[in-house]
Design a protein around this ligand. Structure first.
Ligand SMILES: [Zn+2]
Length: 221
């Protein structure tokens, strides 16, 4: 899953209005933020094999440290504690925990059975939505639209950066998501890892930027 994870981050603003969107996005994206450096370090492995599922050319045969259920809980707890230590916002810290774990659930729905429960475990899980291209696109785009709609409902642009910066972000993500599906598979694993790392960095920084130019319009008790 790709923009479905962004949907969780956008929607989380409703429940953690004081947290920056960048943090709320980093939580559900965390497994995919850890995955590229783990690939480059040789801790995890992926094969580029077009046709692996209809939607993606990747064969995720070894990624227990970023993507197993147990590690999702570990990373979630670590992220929650760090966030709480820095911000002392308990409800946002809990939302961050659920955000990180949601990655596993969403990937479980989309991936073919390739996700482990814990490092070293033999079982592999996944419902395989990726075998249905239209179903995948519809599910992810619908989730994304709902997430953005929630975010737009609880925040208000203070200036042009808050307004156009956020819309450009949303449109570009959808274009990249759909475009990626119809472009040629990447040439090498390091290319995938570096592209993903740089793109994540840019998208998180950009989210922080426009989010800091929007005000939460939710009335809080
Ligand atoms: Zn993932």
């Amino acid at each position: 899953m790709f923009i479905g994870h962004f949907a969780v981050g956008f929607g989380a603003k409703r429940f953690a209005p004081r947290a920056s969107l960048a943090v709320l996005l980093a939580a559900p994206l965390l497994a995919d933020l850890l995955w590229p450096p783990f690939l480059l370090l040789g801790w995890e492995h992926v094969r580029i094999s077009p046709g692996n599922t209809r939607f993606t050319p990747f064969d995720f045969y070894d990624y227990p440290w970023s993507h197993s259920l147990l590690m999702a809980a570990v990373w979630a707890t670590a992220f929650m504690l760090i966030y709480w230590a820095l911000q002392r916002d308990r409800s946002a810290a809990v939302i961050v925990w659920f955000g990180v774990v949601s990655h596993w659930v969403f990937d479980w729905i989309t991936h073919r059975p390739d996700i482990p429960l814990y490092p070293g475990g033999n079982g592999r899980y996944g419902l395989g939505l990726w075998n249905f291209v239209a179903g995948t696109l519809a599910t992810e785009i619908l989730l994304f639209v709902v997430g953005v709609w929630v975010y737009a409902g609880v925040t208000r642009a203070r200036d042009k950066i808050g307004r156009y910066g956020s819309w450009a972000y949303v449109v570009l993500l959808i274009v990249l998501y759909v475009g990626d599906r119809f472009s040629a598979p990447p040439e090498s694993v390091p290319q995938v890892a570096w592209t993903a790392t740089i793109a994540s960095f840019v998208f998180l920084l950009w989210a922080w930027w426009f989010d800091s130019h929007r005000t939460v319009s939710l009335t809080e008790e």
